[in-house]
Ligand binder design. Sequence first.
Ligand code: ADP
Ligand code: MG
Length: 433
Amino acid sequence: LPQSESLPQPQSESLPQPQSESLPQPQSESLPQPQSESLLQMQEVTTPTARLLPEELPKPDTETLIRYFRKRLALHPLVAVGLSGPMKASGIMVCVRKRPLNPKELAARELDVISLQPPNMLVAHAMRPHVYRDPILHNQNFRFDRVFDEDCSNAGVFNYTARPLIRHIFEGGWATCFAYGQTGSGKTHTMGGVVEGRNQNVMDSIYAMAASEVFSILQEPESAQRNLRVGCSFFEIYNTKIYDLLSPGNKQPLRMQENCQHQMEVMDLRECPTSGTAEVLALLNTGNGARALGKTSANEKSSRSHAIFQIVLRSANSQKAYGKFSLIDLAGSERAADNSSSDSQTCTESAEINKSLLVLKECIHAMGRNDPYIPFRDCKLTQVLRDSFIGKNVKTCMIATIAPGMRSVNSTLNTLRYANRVKELKVQAPVVP
Ligand code: ADP
Ligand code: MG
């Protein structure tokens, strides 16, 4: 993954700025006007905001600067540019979910450095030293299809992300929904449900909400005519090996093979026929239990594996897969960059996670560009999901989860850049009169 430890250096900051002492004059306002195509292609715009505050506050702290920035953002919103274009029709949606500061971060008085401007703009703040002046606040603007703030519930996220994809599988399509982000940013909370002590409340998960929506669409007369059956499977990919989470007794890794319908299939994977949400909840509990077992602690293991929950619609007559929805809780993205361990197994795991997340990004990116070459063969995760990348009838949604604290800002920027690469949307700094 790209390292983003150093902040971008906007050219406007390389020289001392002639200052008019009038108040408040954010310098960002002189920044990017989308005049050329190359500028329009910019994903990420840095807006240095040196002077947000009146002079009588000579040394404002970061918290005050961010507070003033948010007030200003409300008055002068960021502007989305380039709304048309091939990406729009690609069937790829990229959303970001910001979690609240957790009790530990609150106790440490950590600053929330992520500002959202719903429905789709996000600003990441960082303080940068300046040669001639006090440190200045830097703001990196991003645009996604949707951003969700810390008050948004799982149901709110579901409505805009996985829910629209469910109709798609009833039209014979293949859909995927990924949660991507560093460990502790909220992937499992979003996909698998709220963790309460040692238990996970699967009812409140996108997995369960998706299944419930499937059963409700199945009741509609049009779906009833199609005579479809629902099956669910739940497995994980851990260090290039596939393990069935619904057959916890079976510790043997599973193999993959192309079936006679030229669809990728995991051999001997348990696909449980289900006829209602209650059955799915039971399966999710079994799977989560199996995922948490093994290795040292639950989070340690789950942060190193990709968990894949699949809802498959099959024609009752032919048993042929009619539509498939894969919901994926990816391995922690920080694991990809983790090469600090001297343990060779950990290094191999990290290298594999790194590879799979990179290949995944390139596959979705290529899919969005209607590229004929999609590098799905390059890792196990994308091999398993091959049918979700190739073909005309595929749709994908990525939910990038981020922690808002200042200490997490580098991981957060990595996540935002990753999500940006998946789908390049443009943003323009506000033009303030
Ligand atoms: P990950 O799976 O990315 O490692 P988790 O989903 O386990 O992260 O989240 C880490 C902690 O943060 C959990 O205690 C979880 O309940 C909490 N959390 C995550 N996202 C949210 C959110 N949107 N609202 C409230 N708490 C959250
Ligand atoms: Mg997790």
